[in-house]
Design a protein around this ligand. Structure first.
Ligand SMILES: [Zn+2]
Length: 92
């Protein structure tokens, strides 16, 4: 879809990089994913919970409504994710 063609209906009328909003107690706000890191085995008395977030953006086909969502801030998100899910290092 980010190549400006709908994979469902082949239309080239794509609304790109559209903000996705949600509503909370303080009104509307951009939708984000959030990853909370696990508590480390050892830490001091004063310790801050690690986390990171990424904004979700939409690509929408104007002909059929098919929608794809993409998240930004991938480097920080994956670093936080790996702290709870060990795996291969980030990078090409
Ligand atoms: Zn379409």
């Amino acid at each position: 879809m980010r190549n400006n063609r709908c994979p469902k209906c082949s239309s080239e009328h794509i609304m790109a990089d559209v903000e996705v909003r949600d509503w909370g107690p303080n009104g509307s706000h951009p939708l984000r994913v959030h990853i909370t890191e696990p508590e480390p085995d050892k830490h001091g008395f004063i310790w801050k919970q690690g986390s990171s977030a990424g904004a979700v953006r939409a690509w929408i086909c104007a002909a059929c409504g098919y929608t794809e969502l993409y998240t930004d801030n991938l480097g920080e998100l994956y670093d936080s994710y790996r702290k709870g899910h060990p795996g291969p290092p980030y990078g090409p």
